[in-house]
Design a protein around this ligand. Structure first.
Ligand code: G
Ligand code: G
Ligand code: NA
Ligand code: MN
Length: 257
């Protein structure tokens, strides 16, 4: 209860911070972007996990202003990196179902991008199948508008939802993110290995980019590279980190070659 009240004030008190988790491009072995992950520095409880407060924010509607704050915050950061000639790459932002269902969401994203001068090619949205299935026609419409603007879309936690292949065919997405529950058992768990192999083959056959998340071991990474997974993400490569640390990582890569 207290946490929910605190959540209402946390935005004004600037207690949120965006962390960035790098994604590695398998073909070049270079960083090719990052996923933005929100963190709440609570004055009493310390770092509170988004797994805990995002559901609360969805229940009480705070996710709408909070979601806008996250997008604006990422765009402003991209602007600082661009002005500082930091080799900025695409940043993926997680969406909530309520944002996707909001009538004003597309316009609000458009306004934030314009105000901050952010190229749409530097923004990706991550969404899940279950979010889309809540109101499929409406979601498809919204997603189509984002793609038309130049924003790319990734289907998060892929393989854990209920969507049929016919849904996938209709869905305007650019990327599949293999859920980390399938990556966990690689390469030894036979079922996981076959599911992952199938998802990568499926993605390639319908010309979608494919990302594996939750990579924690060299063996997992080698297996995914061998299958032709395009992008790699997980603690093995890097944990989610503050903007300054992500920036240092990019600078070091560029300087070191
Ligand atoms: O960062 P972490 O693994 O602790 O995130 C836990 C959960 O919170 C994940 O499901 C993740 O997608 C979600 N999450 C993290 N950041 C955001 C965000 O900015 N917006 C939304 N809607 N969800 C987020
Ligand atoms: O739901 P979503 O896929 O957006 O959730 C991303 C979550 O996964 C974040 O909370 C992030 O901190 C977490 N995460 C990222 N990489 C790894 C990893 O290698 N292992 C585990 N266990 N979690 C990870
Ligand atoms: Na995500
Ligand atoms: Mn995921």
């Amino acid at each position: 209860i207290q946490l929910e009240q605190d959540l209402r004030q946390a935005l004004q008190r600037s207690e949120f911070e965006v962390y960035y988790q790098p994604k590695l491009c398998a073909s070049t072995n270079d960083f090719c972007g990052a996923e933005a992950l929100i963190r709440w520095n609570h004055p009493v409880h310390g770092l509170v996990s988004p797994a805990k407060f995002i559901p609360l924010a969805e229940e009480n509607g705070i996710i709408i202003p909070l979601g806008e704050w996250i997008i604006r915050s990422v765009c402003e950061q991209i602007g600082r990196w661009r002005r500082g000639l930091v080799p900025t790459r695409k940043i993926a932002i997680n969406l909530s179902a309520l944002q996707l269902e909001s009538d004003t969401f597309v316009a609000s994203v458009d306004a934030i991008l314009k105000e901050t001068g952010t190229p749409t090619s530097l923004i990706e949205f991550e969404l899940t199948e279950s979010m889309v299935l809540r109101s499929p026609d409406r979601s498809v419409n919204t997603l189509t508008q984002f793609q038309a603007m130049g924003i790319t879309l990734a289907l998060d936690d892929f393989g854990t939802g209920y969507s049929s292949l016919s849904y996938l065919k209709r869905l305007p997405v650019n990327t599949l993110k293999i859920d980390r529950s399938f990556v966990e058992g690689l390469p030894h768990a036979k079922d996981d290995a076959q599911i992952v192999q199938m998802i990568i083959a499926l993605a390639k056959s319908i010309r979608l980019e494919v990302v594996a998340e939750g990579i924690e071991t060299e063996e997992q990474m080698a297996f995914l590279k061998r299958l032709g997974c395009d992008l790699l993400q997980g603690y093995l490569i890097a944990k989610p980190m503050p903007a300054a640390a992500y920036e240092s990582l990019l600078q070091a890569r560029t300087a070191g070659g």
